[in-house]
Design a protein around this ligand. Structure first.
Ligand SMILES: *[C@@H]1O[C@H](CO)[C@@H](O)[C@H](O)[C@H]1NC(C)=O
Ligand SMILES: *[C@@H]1O[C@H](CO)[C@@H](O)[C@H](O)[C@H]1NC(C)=O
Ligand SMILES: *[C@@H]1O[C@H](CO)[C@@H](O)[C@H](O)[C@H]1NC(C)=O
Ligand SMILES: *[C@@H]1O[C@H](CO)[C@@H](O)[C@H](O)[C@H]1NC(C)=O
Ligand SMILES: *[C@@H]1O[C@H](CO)[C@@H](O)[C@H](O)[C@H]1NC(C)=O
Ligand SMILES: *[C@@H]1O[C@H](CO)[C@@H](O)[C@H](O)[C@H]1NC(C)=O
Length: 879
């Protein structure tokens, strides 16, 4: 009797003491340079660069030419170290692990002077068994090796053949052999970003001690059974059983709102064990599916999962479960060779509109939840529904995908390989296998991710022979390609995740690439898969230069970020378009010249003799050019969604390059570093609108198509107006009868030869007039007001200098800008410098005397602060 009571007490004691104790090793560490000449404190998560900056040992790395000045940081071998005390009795624990959620990148890890492991892959999670090494008081040390030296060594050791490219183009000022290290590929430099190959512990690190049994992870996939018309949940949990005997217990899964609960017995043998559960969702309750932004709600359901094991051990986890299906449809199209390439979500075909995501900073520890929210909210505010997480950056942090789930942003997730050939030796492949298994497990429960893609542009690099490979060597490289992306990555993904498609590359011909042995002779074929398209030279106002492809996952034009953004990282001598700084910041060969050439096709270049004025005007003009080019191109893709002309069309995706910036420099981005909207982003809000009238000309005939992303037809009226450049009153205004805009289609709404339009609308000429048009119903505006230029603006006649004034007032949390203009003004740009926030509209064509625009601040500001910073520019201001 007495004995029994004691035993019970012991069991309860174990339970009360919990089965796992963790000690976070976040916070302050000590950082030492290779020869010990520098020693400083540094935060974990973090990196050497940010630690040096925090200690004022370096200036802002983004300032002027500091990317070159601070090259030494990445060439040195740094050491991170820390002493720590275990705040519990370590001898009482059977198993102690040291867990790194991410190490950047090449290190030897020592605990109490004993080497416990090595790391060489930034994208892996590392868990080291330190049971026999850990003490009450410990010293931990991570000896980093310069990633640049490591990459060079790995490349040198690959003696049988070269794996190009060796180095990035000189204009990118980057480091070499990045394809030999599993690290953020753009950290060695890119055509829009600096080279800052960081070193550091970039994610969480902790000590975990446990007895008996421990849950390593759990992950799940909601799967729709179309035959039974029911949802199931596949849940996978991994345990480390340190008990020498099997552990028994049960698991209870509950989704209260779906009145679903399931209990099941479990038996865990000693060792690492995976438990798979299959939960049937109650069919009596109708499940609300997750929808992309613009197509429905992002409904999710709370789930709890409770493991009750022997010895009073209970482990409880909770998660949000979202239900949705994804299909990638590749099937024959009537009247067209090739195959379609589009996504169905919950059975509904959806046009993917959005952009491409790159890392939000060279130093990942500066990418806060607030910054992610700001950037992703800006994507949604611009009517985007998709972002492609590009393969040259990082698998983003959990928060990124949680926000995408909540906001309804579909994610096209690349694996982190970009613009290179890669080695496929056993060691490299083994590391990639672990990386992929871990990332798929971490990310697969997010409904936002709708497809995996093996890499960025590597099929094209291989098959279009970007690196001048000798034809006789091609089979070797194709073999490596197939080994890496097909036999390993694809195989792991398809085994671990049945809820979304996998494509081998972007761009690819999809099923056609597969049929051609995983690599197509032309991965840019317009009749298959996705394409990337860039042409800076041809006239971007001419839609005929764009590929009428099935899906366009990259396209774009560069522009300069605003002066207020540049001012923060430059000095006065830098403020001209031809300065050494302006050239240094441009990582795309001839980029600055190309922007002016493209702008010069339709606009007069800035005329001011004042150098600063001229610089600001040029920045403005590059943004005008970029916005107008991407608008023309995107509208072309959207209106091609339900059209097949000469076998081309049925375009179902437009993702321009690129959403965000990694630093303050000229680039293809629509959001500047820090989140300020460029003119392009305001334009995107219009050209991605759910209902959009698109105007264009073909052989002197003016057409307007009505593009609808809605699920049902709607009745609209189209208003077409002709304005002269010289008057604030429209020359004429026409309203059509009621027209039907077909759900999910582009419908022809209007067609008129331009000469007739000009003549019947009150005698105008192409140079003197501009067309505007919008959709409405019952007096309600249903679309943005769009416009069509009938001539280049440099040839416009009657355009006067516009004098624009603003009266600013406050209304609650927002500010009202009441504008008044003295003349018609194209590309009216409102700027409040570095005051964070965005306008309700910007970069617009002002055809009437007045207009009201709202400003939504992202941080508290005031009317007087706005008045001090406010500047307005329109096209004629730069003449
Ligand atoms: C230590 O290393 C730094 C950076 O590589 C170098 O500049 C410095 O001269 C070295 N100091 C000594 C004493 O070797
Ligand atoms: C860094 O380590 C590598 C290899 O261990 C060595 O070759 C190199 O000289 C070291 N660099 C510095 C700056 O200490
Ligand atoms: C579904 O409803 C039926 C009829 O009311 C009931 O018999 C059944 O138990 C319910 N099923 C579940 C899983 O709740
Ligand atoms: C979205 O949620 C709202 C509010 O809960 C609801 O009224 C509406 O019917 C939902 N829409 C869809 C498409 O499920
Ligand atoms: C779902 O879980 C979240 C986070 O635990 C909680 O804030 C929320 O109230 C829960 N919702 C419901 C409906 O129980
Ligand atoms: C559009 O107009 C037609 C004809 O009047 C009408 O039958 C139909 O219901 C309307 N559709 C909508 C969505 O209002």
């Amino acid at each position: 009797m007495r004995l029994r009571l004691l035993l019970l007490l012991a069991v309860c004691g174990a339970a009360a003491g919990a089965a796992v104790r963790t000690l976070s090793l976040r916070g302050r560490w000590r950082i030492r340079s290779g020869n010990g000449s520098l020693e400083l404190p540094g935060d974990v998560p973090g990196c050497v660069h940010t630690a040096l900056l925090q200690q004022n040992l370096i200036q802002d790395p983004y300032y002027r030419f500091n990317d070159l000045n601070y090259r030494w940081i990445s060439l040195d071998n740094w050491t991170y170290s820390k002493e720590f005390k275990i705040p519990f009795d370590i001898s009482k624990w059977q198993k102690v692990n040291l867990i790194f959620e991410g190490v950047d990148t090449v290190t030897k890890v020592l605990l109490n002077d004993v080497t416990i492991g090595e790391t060489d892959n930034m994208f892996k999670r590392y868990s080291f068994d330190v049971t026999s090494v850990v003490r009450d008081v410990n010293s931990i040390e991570l000896r980093f090796q310069s990633p640049v030296l490591y990459a060079a060594q790995q490349s040198k050791a690959h003696t049988r053949y070269e794996v190009p490219p060796d180095c990035p183009p000189v204009v990118q000022k980057g480091e070499c052999h990045v394809n030999f290290i599993r690290k953020e590929q753009c950290s060695f430099g890119w055509d829009w970003g600096p080279s800052f190959p960081t070193q550091g512990i970039w994610k969480d690190v902790r000590v975990e001690a446990y007895n008996f049994c421990q849950l390593n992870y759990f992950t799940f996939s909601p799967i729709y059974d179309a035959r039974a018309q029911e949802w199931n949940l596949e849940i996978e949990s991994s345990f480390d059983v340190v008990s020498s005997k099997p552990v028994y217990g049960h698991v209870m899964v509950a989704l209260p709102k779906l009145q679903t609960q399931q209990t099941q017995g479990i038996e865990l043998q000693p060792g690492e064990r995976v438990v798979e559960l299959f939960v049937k969702i109650n069919k009596n309750i109708s499940v609300e599916t997750w929808w992309p932004h613009g197509h429905g709600n992002q409904t999710g359901y709370n789930m709890t999962i409770l493991f009750e094991l022997e010895e009073g051990l209970s482990i409880e986890k909770s998660a949000k479960v979202y239900f949705r299906t994804v299909e990638l449809i590749e099937e024959p199209i009537k009247g067209s060779p090739g195959l379609s390439f589009y996504f169905k979500i919950n059975g509904l075909p959806i046009f993917l509109k959005g952009s491409n995501w790159i890392p939000a900073d060279s130093f990942q520890d500066r990418v806060t939840s607030d910054l992610l929210r700001l950037l992703l909210q800006s994507a949604v505010d611009a009517n985007m529904n998709t972002l492609r997480v590009w393969g040259g950056g990082v698998y983003e942090q959990d928060k990124f995908y949680e926000l995408c789930d909540e906001l309804g942003i579909m994610v096209w997730q690349d694996f982190m390989f970009a613009c290179a050939l890669y080695p496929a030796g056993q060691g490299f492949v083994d590391s990639v296998r672990e990386e992929v298994a871990y990332q798929v497990r971490r990310l697969k429960s997010h409904p936002s991710i709708i497809t995996w893609s093996g890499n960025n542009e590597n099929e094209a690099a291989l098959m279009m022979n970007w690196y001048g490979i000798h034809i006789s060597d091609l089979p070797t490289y194709i073999n490596d390609y197939v080994t890496l992306y097909v036999k390993n990555i694809r195989e792991i993904v398809l085994t671990a995740d049945k809820t979304r498609p996998f494509i081998t590359s972007s761009p690819t011909n999809g099923a056609e690439s597969v049929a051609e042995g995983w690599v197509s002779h032309n991965p840019y074929d317009k009749h298959f898969g996705d394409v990337h398209f860039y042409d800076y030279i041809s006239d971007c106002w001419n839609w005929k230069i764009f590929p009428k492809a099935r899906f366009v996952s990259e396209y774009g034009y560069q522009s300069w970020p605003s002066f207020s953004t540049l001012e923060k990282i430059s000095s006065e001598e830098d403020w001209s378009y031809g300065s050494r700084f302006s050239l240094h910041r441009q990582h795309h060969a001839d980029g600055n010249t190309e922007m002016l050439l493209q702008a010069g096709l339709h606009f007069k270049l800035p005329q001011s003799k004042d150098p600063l004025r001229s610089f600001k005007d040029t920045i403005y003009l590059t943004q005008v050019m970029q916005a107008q080019c991407v608008k023309t191109q995107t509208e072309f893709y959207r209106r091609s969604r339900s059209q097949v002309v000469q076998g081309e069309g049925h375009t179902m995706g437009a993702l321009y390059w690129q959403l965000n910036d990694i630093w303050q420099a000229p680039s293809w981005a629509s959001l500047e570093y820090g989140g300020k909207w460029k003119m392009l982003h305001y334009f995107a809000r219009h050209f991605f609108a759910p209902l959009l009238p698109v105007g264009f000309e073909n052989q002197d005939v003016f057409f307007i198509y009505g593009v609808s992303d809605l699920r049902s037809d709607c009745n609209v009226t189209l208003t077409v107006r002709l304005h002269t450049w010289s008057s604030l009153e429209p020359l004429c205004s026409r309203r059509t009868r009621r027209l039907v805009m077909k759900a999910g289609k582009a419908t022809l709404l209007y067609e008129e030869p331009v000469p007739r339009l000009l003549k019947t609308c009150g005698k105008c000429t192409r140079q003197r007039c501009v067309v505007s048009f919008h959709l409405s119903a019952a007096g309600q505006l249903l679309s943005p007001t769009n416009y069509h230029f009938l001539s280049s603006l440099k040839e416009a006649v009657g355009l006067h200098k516009a004098h624009i004034t603003a009266v600013i007032s406050q209304r609650g949390d927002t500010f009202v800008f009441d504008l008044e203009t003295s003349a018609v003004a194209p590309f009216v740009w409102l700027d409040v410098g570095s005051i964070p926030g965005r306008f309700s509209d910007n970069g617009f064509l002002m055809t009437g005397k007045t207009r009201t625009v709202l400003f939504y601040p992202w941080k508290p500001t005031s009317k007087s602060e706005l008045e001090r910073s406010f500047q307005v520019t329109s096209l004629t201001d730069i003449y």
